[in-house]
Design a protein around this ligand. Sequence first.
Ligand code: HEC
Ligand SMILES: [Cu+2]
Length: 302
Amino acid sequence: MDEKHHDQIAKWERRWIAGSALMTLTFVFFIAYSLATEGAHIAQSAARGTPEQLLAQTIFTDPGVRATGPNQYDVSIVGQAFVWQPETVRVPVDAEITFYLTARDVIHGWQVENTNLNVEVIPGEVSRLQTTFSRPGRYRVSCNEYCGIGHQNMIGWIEVVPASQLVAEVPVETGPADGAAVYASNCASCHGANGAGVAGVFPPLAGHAADLAALDGGRTYLIDTLLYGLQGAIVIDGTSYSGVMPAWPQLSDDAIAAVLDHIVTLDGSDGPEFTVEEVEAERGKGLAASDVLTLRQQVVGP
Ligand code: HEC
Ligand SMILES: [Cu+2]
């Protein structure tokens, strides 16, 4: 091979090397750019174990949506050939959602169309992913990793609905709101499953709520506490509390009446039921949590 040919080939080699280096840099740049500006993030591995161990956890034996705090939800999903369990999950718009995903059999790809949610779902591993849906809608979930003959049928749905609709629709399916259920998913995380509270941090409700309801103006006070929250120092049976009780405007009138019935009967007390009309009359007063504290001082005393 003569000198001239050698130079020619070397020249083209250098061009190809430079070209492919440039391509690599461009791709790395776009990954970095989307991580920094588009809210993209890499799903974390929240747990590892054998698939049997992971699937034995309650979040996966009974997968679905769980409220974990005010406007916070955990959603657990299991992928298996060729379904997502549950097939449809319904979450409120603008809420903080944490997804926990795992697979029962083989690797699947969980992709929520028209969003940047896309994660590999692996047997023996739990992927965790946090997001907030800012637009209501029905989002289709597909499997984007070939998992077998029915792969293309592996479709799920995420319904993002206004918070009011989420609660309002519950009675449609189940009849009147179930106070115990409303309590379990919204209140028990602080006040305890049986309403015992945590001394000095979260007030007890068992027995105490019934005492409050029996006071002059006590029923109105309880309704306002739920609709508008409560903030500031209070004393119950000699124990001081100074925390924040979140407001629950997203609960329907029916749900508020039902949960109040639940808390005033926690200790076996009996009394007239709270009515939807009573709650309706208080909604729209636009009180602040500090107004509710003032009301408490009038009703309960300092
Ligand atoms: C994030 C924790 C938290 C959650 C969830 C919560 N509460 Fe509370 N709640 C508190 C705190 C803290 C107080 C006391 C506020 C203060 O110190 O001013 C309180 C106070 C109350 C009071 C007034 C007690 C009194 O003596 O005046 C009632 C009634 C009540 N909560 C009912 C409920 C119900 C019903 C739910 C569910 C719909 C609920 N709470 C959910 C933290 C919570
Ligand atoms: Cu699949």
